[in-house]
Design a protein around this ligand. Structure first.
Ligand SMILES: [Zn+2]
Length: 237
């Protein structure tokens, strides 16, 4: 059976190429069957993404609601990463205070501990997202939705983001066919030289999360459509 998302894509002239090569094997579903099935997908991020990606003018019509749903998952992740920096810095300061209290030469153990805690601060800072992440989110979501709408899944992991239970090295576990950094930078409206260090980790995280959410929603849609296949109205359509 064809990917149900491909059927949804028929509603959207921009993604009409999804049909190409499908042949005649797909069940006859009307636009209203699909819209009704979409209504049965539980409300939430996955449905918002799917509506933005697959409905006509979805990206425009669902922009505000989608941005709100995205913000709801970005906020805890942003906070978690910022807290990790604060915690690592506090641990380092504590270790430095202990050393200064003893007023003797550093022991090997203390030296090792300081080095480890300095390393932890560097790592936490590298993993933290830019302070102005929220301001860039709207353009970033637009760019991610465009990539999801293109339907270009990573061929190495077949869109799952994993190969042998490890992060797919080709798409960096986003599940989407990798694009050059420069293209993504321009799509999200940041300077290409800012992208690799500042925005790439945020962009790839978001791409990966939304790809997974839309997959879950697509499975729910698929179940709803299978049920509608069996109704007399659907068969008569
Ligand atoms: Zn991959």
């Amino acid at each position: 059976m064809a990917d149900r998302r491909e059927m949804l894509a028929r509603l959207n002239p921009q993604t009409v190429r999804f049909d190409v090569g499908q042949g005649g094997g797909t069940p006859a579903l009307t636009t209203s069957d699909i819209a009704a099935a979409l209504g049965m997908v539980p409300a939430g991020l996955g449905r918002e993404v799917m509506e933005a990606v697959y409905l006509p003018d979805g990206a425009t019509r669902h922009r505000a609601k989608l941005a709100e749903a995205v913000l709801a998952i970005v906020r805890p992740e942003f906070t978690r990463r910022a807290r990790a920096v604060a915690d690592a810095e506090a641990d380092l300061e504590f270790a430095q205070a202990v050393v200064s209290l003893t007023r003797r030469g550093l022991t090997d153990g203390q030296r090792r501990q300081l080095r480890e805690r300095e390393g932890a601060v560097v790592l936490a800072k590298a993993n933290a997202w830019p302070r102005n992440t929220y301001q860039h989110l709207s353009r970033m979501v637009d760019a991610v939705v465009l990539e999801l709408a293109s339907g270009n899944r990573c061929t190495n992991c077949r869109g799952t983001g994993q190969v042998s239970e490890k992060a797919c090295p080709d798409c960096r576990s986003t599940g989407i066919e990798p694009l050059p950094d420069r293209r993504r930078a321009l799509a999200m409206g940041c300077h290409p030289s800012d992208y690799p260090k500042r925005w790439k980790p945020v962009f790839e995280w978001l791409l990966s999360e939304l790809n997974r959410e839309v997959d879950i929603a697509a499975r729910q849609l698929s179940r709803a459509l299978s049920n509608s296949d069996r109704t007399p109205q659907a068969r008569a359509a």
